[in-house]
Design a protein around this ligand. Structure first.
Ligand code: ADP
Ligand code: MG
Length: 347
């Protein structure tokens, strides 16, 4: 079996909030991402998805720090990089060349006075390797190739200013820029949020196609379960900074074993079948500065028992499978949770 391209072990990330205090926004996160695999990180807003995504590429804001854990990136030839130990220059190379990120809300962060062509020039120039300097023609050619890859018309787009383009076009451009140096891991943070449904669809199709063609692995951050179901091989549900359930998309969406995942699923209408009673999870996620004792989800949980308030359950394997397909949940009652999405067959 091939080795994971990215292995994360017991990763914790803290934000300093006061002179001596901090909050742990990602706690003891572990997972393996295999080459070409796509993993969705799902969960309500504030549960630590963006923090984890940024942490993977060491792109945390100044007040954020990895407080413990390990991130290992493996090249095809078996060589590996300890991401948390990389110096500035190696880190710069790692980003873009090996792993790239499309940031949450980045659509609105293009430099408004620069044409799209100049954004490509900046990106390609700042990463050109050693001796050979890219000529203007090289850059124009590569930019056009990248734009065609995301189905945009280079001649028009390259000379446009950001404000002349739609949100969907800007998001495609960001994906093209992220792929400029052929990374093997792409992290996308809410790449379709704020886009209309048709544009969302076309971006999703685009990502499917690109991944098939270029073979990169993907970490896809979203609060939209429908999108996760469509794009992900694996799903990890996060709550209060922890991964509380993980498995194949099929396992997690059709046989969720954590009451929180069940709650998320019940809150979205199904595409087919009868409309079941939709219900949102009562309450809201806890403040990270003041987590409930035991299982952080217990105050909102319909399955809560006394012991849930005392012990925090570990992520425990429920179904042993191939290494990249196991199903695990962090719930004392995981074995009793039986929720199967009822898809009503047509008569
Ligand atoms: N720049 C920051 N400074 C301090 N705390 C932050 C910062 N960004 C995020 N946090 C904390 O981390 C938590 C998780 O945030 P985030 O990773 O953005 O979650 P998500 O992407 O799931 O919405 C937030 O609720 C907040 O407490
Ligand atoms: Mg976020």
């Amino acid at each position: 079996m091939t080795e994971p391209i990215l292995s994360v072990r017991d990763l914790s990330i803290m934000y300093t909030t006061g002179r001596k205090t901090g909050v742990t926004a990602a706690a003891d996160v572990s997972f393996d991402l295999y080459p070409g695999q796509s993993m969705a990180l799902v969960g309500e807003s504030g549960c630590g998805k963006t923090t984890l995504g940024l942490g993977l590429l060491r792109l945390l804001p100044r007040l954020g720090k990895v407080s413990s854990g390990e991130i290992v990136y493996r090249f095809k030839d078996g060589m590996s990089l300890d991401i948390l130990r990389l110096g500035k220059e190696d880190l710069r190379k790692f980003r873009w060349h090996e792993a790239a990120m499309v940031f949450q809300g980045a659509m609105n962060s293009f430099n408004p006075v620069l044409r799209i062509g100049e954004h490509f020039t900046d990106t390609l120039r700042s990463h050109e390797g050693g001796e050979r300097r890219l000529t203007r023609a090289d850059i124009a050619e590569r930019a056009a190739e990248l734009l065609r890859m995301v189905r945009l018309e280079p001649a028009r787009v390259l000379r446009s200013f950001p404000h002349e383009l739609s949100g969907g076009m800007k998001q495609r451009i960001l994906i093209a820029l992220a792929l400029a140096l052929e990374p093997q891991v792409l992290v996308l943070d809410e790449p379709t949020t704020a886009l209309d449904i048709l544009t969302q669809r076309s971006i999703v199709e685009q990502l499917h196609e690109l991944r098939e063609r270029l073979g990169f692995a993907m970490v896809f951050i979203t609060h939209d379960l429908g999108l996760a179901a469509e794009l992900a091989d694996r799903v990890a549900t996060m709550y209060a900074g922890r991964i509380i359930e993980t498995g194949t998309a099929e396992d997690v969406f059709y046989e969720p074993r954590h009451p929180y995942t069940v709650g998320l699923i019940k809150a979205v209408p199904p595409v087919v079948g009868d409309l079941p009673e939709l219900s949102s999870i009562p309450g809201s996620p806890p403040s990270l500065a003041d987590l409930p004792s035991g299982c952080s989800f217990h105050p909102r949980c319909g399955y809560v028992r006394d012991e849930c308030t005392g012990t925090r359950p570990e992520l425990t394997v429920l179904t042993e499978r191939a290494l990249d397909e196991g199903h695990a949940a962090a719930c004392l009652r995981a074995g009793e949770i039986e929720y199967t999405r009822k898809v009503v067959a047509s008569a």
